[in-house]
Design a protein around this ligand. Sequence first.
Ligand code: NAD
Length: 458
Amino acid sequence: MDKLTIQKLVEAQKQYFYTGKTYDVGFRKLQLLALKDAIKNNMNLLNDALYKDLGKSNYESFMCEISLVLEEINYFLMNLSSLARPKRVSASLAQFPAKCRVYRDPYGVVLIMSPWNYPVQLTLCPLVGAIAGGNCAVIKTSEYSPNVSEVLEKIISDTFAKNYVTVIKGGREENTALLECKFDYIFFTGSVAVGKVVMTAAAKNLTPVTLELGGKSPCIVDSTADLELAAKRICWGKFINSGQTCVAPDYVLVHKSVSVLFKKHLVDRISESYRDALNSDNYPHIITERHFDRLVGLMEGVSAFCGGGYDRRTLKIEPTVLEDVNGDSKVMQEEIFGPLLPVLEYDDINDVVDFIRQRSKPLALYLFSRDKQTIGYITRNVQFGGGCVNDSVIHLATTHMPFGGVGDSGMGGYHGKDSFNTFTRQKSVLIKGRRLDNSLRYPPFTQSKFNTLKKFFK
Ligand code: NAD
């Protein structure tokens, strides 16, 4: 789509927003219901597209993509009326007599840019928040998941008028044209590098942003951990979607006293859950040859304790545990975003904290431990977007907690109430009584008025 068409589309959405239709909470709920129906009616198309783009099984697609969107919609169908209601707050004594109200105002026309790894969930969950907040939305999907983009475009165009919600597919040209438009809000999910491009472009228009980015999420296994359970839950979080998950455990830091046993459990778990992964229909492939080659390159110079096999024809890489890795290894210099799990040993938990602090603030952190002191110490003293104790990844699968990063892993958060807060702003309005009027604020400013005024602010 060319620049002029994109600009006209954004302008048309602005005009639609100013009709005021999206302010109506009943209207928003009807749109959410329509979206829910459309998702259910197109479930097969979505599943097929996710299989074509990523090799995701229907099971994984439902568990990690579609169910999350349905839950988000259901949350808003239940809670939107109370969330959207203006809140009464007290007026201060100096404002007497007055009533104060805080309204939740939609931003207007929002741009949602989504990545390819969970292309349904990471496009539609923000959209649900945008609709619930009373906004219009332009959605930009990733060029690397073209089949899903096609189905999303169909679902959105069948369900919504173009000047309310629309999908723009494409690559560089569309991305650049979009970022030149003046949106009222930008919600971006993707890499740190592109996040910086988006924020730079947004700054030119003073457009507020949410950035949901990536990075290396550490996973700590201490000497008190239930090692078998840790191995099971780390493998699940790491190898789901073949490791192409923003919050996947990127690497493990295991206490050296339990390292051998922990790695044995990892191997057992991999052979139980991911047998013959390269030929399994339940094991997704790497998105493109370029991403595949990068991952194969990351294995150079380190030994695979388990796995390490790959098939360029199908773009699949076995669940792989890497050892002999240290902080300087190539695989520790960038977000892995694939099924390679480096395991590093530590001796002292303080060294773990230093190790993490020396790197970018992670999107997620996981700690496997039975020791309350260690749990308290790590959760309080390390900065990370969010995480789990004795599990991985699942902290994001709820409408009750915000999901988001910190520092290089992003800014802002969403899901449930936090999506609503993200896609609306607080508008404070004071309704002043007309009868009483405090003369203190009006000139002339005499000494006696000043003395009285000061008494209010002791
Ligand atoms: P990406 O940054 O390459 O692309 C994301 C989106 O930005 C796509 O729609 C793409 O078309 C667009 N884009 C690409 N280059 C652009 C440019 N120069 N200007 C404007 N837009 C551009 O990310 P990706 O490869 O699709 O996704 C992988 C990354 O996303 C990983 O780093 C991962 O950790 C991160 N991620 C984060 C989350 C999260 O919720 N925090 C979720 C999924 C993925």
